[in-house]
Every structure is written in structure tokens, then in C-alpha cells.
Design a protein around this ligand. Structure first.
Ligand code: PMP
Length: 416
């Protein structure tokens, strides 16, 4: 494989994009920062940083409470962010978006507010074996509380989900199928329409962990039949603690509140209370207002690039990275075909432990993740305690992939 891709992906003007990300201009030691850990959290463009600053400098007030001008401005910005996020994931009703800190909080919300109410002893919760702990532990809690059973769709040798036994895993007893939209370890993109159909055919609901999917590909909850979608704003150019949950309106309405407190109520007596409608009954206390306003700016930014172009760029970069890593002697986990995977590329390089590798790479300015990636059951299936993971986003270039591969050579000199 040629050292640098013959052509940069034509779809995005990456050189221009990089100008928008102040952190990409910094050095680590005397080396330029090569940031290849966007699956953990993405970097933020000036437009997002500016939106947060402007909110605090001009509009800061609590929302849904004050009648004065800046409180109304803050409310309009916060509710405008809800409309924007709804549109971004294909939801026609903004009330279907519940704001919170992101995927972990959203999965816990569903496992608690839906799970505790609707799961019974002997019911089945179907997950895949490739789930992040945040789409596993909340279901273990729900199963323990209700007597439901957790079952798993296996992972095939090539890192895709093995759907050959799906009809015996998803049964008349299944109440929910909850799977990752894109694996943070293998990059795998499960066939969501097929899984949605399987869930709905037995009357179960379908939850997608969108932490990795929503930042990297066009998502349409209504067209795909997704009943719950979890969204982490910090992985899609937005601030930490932004994002939330998309939920089908009738499901959200049937669910009881998750957290109690101010703002989520309608009327309160000493011994009982009635609650707000959706989404308000799930937004207790003072919310992450500035963060969701920042997320709205991130969505504007991504829409300006076009999600098809974002996906195309990542497909090209992922194919290039996998080719170069394999050529350099690395074992790459997960499917090879960029059509069925995203840009989180896990690998093991020769005899070098991932933690040692990440430390050496840091000395070269290259930031990758090493560890179990909050997916210990999947690590056991892969037969490794950890992997190294490089992950890509709109600002990454083929030259950065080359910098990664060059730095691997240095690690081999030291540890090989
Ligand atoms: N699911 C997947 C697939 C993830 O990659 C992550 C983040 N690493 C999460 C869930 C959890 O997201 P958050 O930390 O934003 O709640």
C-alpha cells in the first residue's frame, strides 16, 4: 500500500476543518499532536467553544422558570437544541428527545424507568456480546431487580454479529433488544433494520446504543424502527455531558420518572405528586443547559460538512489505516470491509503490550487508547486482555495514519 493515500478523501476539506480545532495546533513535547482517540471523546471546533462562551457571556439563566428576557433567551436556545438534535436523528417530534449527560445516563434511564416497570420474571433482555459496559451493567441491574434473563447475540469470527441463531435468541419472551449501533472496539455496524424487525416481530422494543454511531453516520430513528437511541454529544464535537435519549413518544409517556426533584413535576403534595409530560418528567433539576447549546453548534457544524461526507471520509481513512497496520505486522480485530464498519480500529502490534505501545506512541505525539475499552466480555472473546485502538474523525488525515505506523516502528525498536 502506498505510504500516503494517492488522494486525500475528496469528500471533506480536512485542511480547512483542522483550522477550526485549536487543540490540533498544539504539540506534545516537540511533536505535533496526532489525535487518534475520537471514539473516547472528540475534539471541539471553535464554533462549539464559541457557542458555550457566548451563552455564558450573553444569555446565562435557568430555563423554563424566569419570565425575564435572558431567561427566555436561554429557554429558546435550550429548546432550539432539542429541535436540532431531534431533526439530526430523524425524529419528527422534539418532545421525544430527553436531555441528559449522554449514553450512560440514557441507558440507565431506560433500564430503570422502562425496565423496572415493564419487565417481569422470565422475560428476556437481548443484548450482543460486543456491548460497551454501559449497555450491559444497567440491564444486569434490571434483570436482578425484576427476575428477567439477559441473553446474548454472539460475535462471529470476523467481528460482525452472528445472526444465524437470531430467531432462537429473540423469542416470544423477549421484551427488549438492545445493541450497539457501532462497536467501540471492532467498529462493527450491526444491521439495525434486521434487528429492529426481529424485535418488533415478537412485540419487543428496540434500543440502539448510539454513542459511536450517531457521530459518524446518518441515523433515522423513524425509518429504521429504533424505539430508543442513546446519544453522547461529547463524541460528536459537542461538550462533555451533552446529548441524551431519543424515545418513541408513547413509550416515554408510559414510563415513570427516573430522577425526582424540581421541574419534573406538575403538582406536589406532602405525600404524593403528579408529573410533567414528556420530556420534562425526565429532566429533574437544573439541566446541562450550556452543554446542550454547545451541542446544537456541533450539529450545525456536522450538518455543514454533511453526514454522508463524514462517513465517506472515515471509510477511506479506515480502509487506509487497516491496510497500513496489517502491512506493518499488526493483528487488526473486527471486519475489514469499511462498508460494514466504522473508524474505531483495534489492534495488537507484534509483542508489544497495548499499554506500552500507547506510552511510546505518546512520546511521538500520537494519542491512541489502550485497554479493555469498557468491553471486558468482548476482550475475553478476542482472547486478549486489552487492545490498542486508533479511532478517526473529520479532522484526521492519511498523514496521521502514517505517523501512527512510523511510531509503531519505534515501539518495536524499544520492546521488540
Ligand atoms: N457505548 C459505546 C459504544 C461507547 O463507545 C461509549 C463511550 N466509550 C459509551 C457507550 C458510553 O458513553 P458515555 O461515556 O458518553 O456515556
Amino acid at each position: 500500500m502506498a505510504k500516503v493515500m494517492d488522494q486525500q478523501p475528496a469528500s471533506l476539506d480536512v485542511a480547512r476543518i483542522r483550522q477550526d480545532f485549536p487543540i490540533l495546533a498544539r504539540t506534545v513535547g516537540d511533536k505535533p499532536l496526532v489525535y487518534l482517540d475520537s471514539a473516547a471523546t472528540s475534539q471541539k471546533p471553535r464554533q462549539v467553544i464559541g457557542a458555550i462562551t457566548e451563552f455564558y457571556e450573553r444569555h446565562n439563566a435557568n430555563v423554563h422558570r424566569g419570565v425575564y428576557t435572558i431567561a427566555e433567551e436561554a429557554t429558546a436556545l435550550y429548546e432550539g437544541a432539542r429541535e436540532k438534535l431531534a431533526r439530526f436523528v430523524g425524529a419528527s417530534d422534539p418532545a421525544c428527545i430527553v436531555f441528559n449527560r449522554g449514553t450512560t445516563e440514557s441507558t440507565n434511564l431506560v433500564a430503570h424507568a422502562w425496565g423496572r416497570k415493564f419487565l417481569r420474571e422470565g422475560d428476556q433482555i437481548v443484548l450482543s456480546m460486543a456491548e460497551h459496559h454501559s449497555n450491559l451493567i444497567p440491564w444486569q441491574f434490571a434483570a436482578r431487580a425484576t427476575g428477567a434473563e439477559v441473553r446474548f447475540i454472539p460475535v462471529a469470527e470476523d467481528g460482525t454479529l452472528d445472526l444465524s441463531e437470531l430467531s432462537s435468541i429473540v423469542t416470544e419472551r423477549t421484551r427488549i433488544v438492545a445493541v450497539t449501533g457501532m462497536s467501540n472496539v471492532l467498529g462493527t455496524l450491526p444491521p439495525l433494520a434486521v434487528l429492529s424487525e426481529a424485535a418488533h416481530s415478537v412485540g419487543a422494543v428496540f434500543l440502539v446504543d448510539g454513542a459511536q454511531l450517531v457521530p459518524h453516520a446518518r441515523v433515522d430513528v423513524e425509518a429504521t424502527g429504533i424505539d430508543f437511541l442513546t446519544i453522547s454529544g461529547h463524541k460528536m464535537l459537542g461538550p462533555t455531558a451533552s446529548g441524551g435519549l431519543y424515545g418513541r413518544r408513547d413509550l416515554l409517556e408510559q414510563m415513570d420518572p427516573f430522577l425526582g426533584g424540581g421541574e419534573m413535576i406538575r403538582e406536589v403534595w406532602l405525600d404524593h405528586a403528579t408529573f410533567n409530560g414528556v420530556p420534562g418528567k425526565f429532566e429533574a433539576g437544573t439541566m446541562n443547559i450550556a452543554e446542550e447549546v454547545g451541542l446544537a453548534a456541533a450539529i450545525d457544524y456536522l450538518e455543514g460538512l454533511g453526514m454522508d461526507a463524514v462517513r465517506e471520509h472515515e471509510k477511506q481513512l479506515t480502509a487506509y489505516a487497516i491496510g497500513r497496520l496489517v502491512e506493518a505486522g499488526a493483528t487488526v480485530y473486527g471486519p475489514r470491509d469499511p462498508e460494514v464498519r466504522g473508524g474505531a480500529v483495534s489492534f495488537w502490534y507484534k509483542e508489544v503490550h497495548p499499554h506500552d505501545l500507547a506510552t511510546i506512541l505518546d512520546q511521538e505525539g500520537v494519542a491512541i487508547r489502550a485497554g479493555h475499552h469498557c468491553a471486558q466480555p468482548l476482550m475475553r472473546i478476542l482472547g486478549v486482555p486489552a487492545t490498542a485502538r486508533a479511532s478517526f474523525y473529520v479532522y484526521n488525515t492519511a498523514e496521521e495514519v502514517d505517523a501512527l505506523v512510523d511510531a509503531l516502528g519505534k515501539a518495536e525498536d524499544i520492546f521488540g
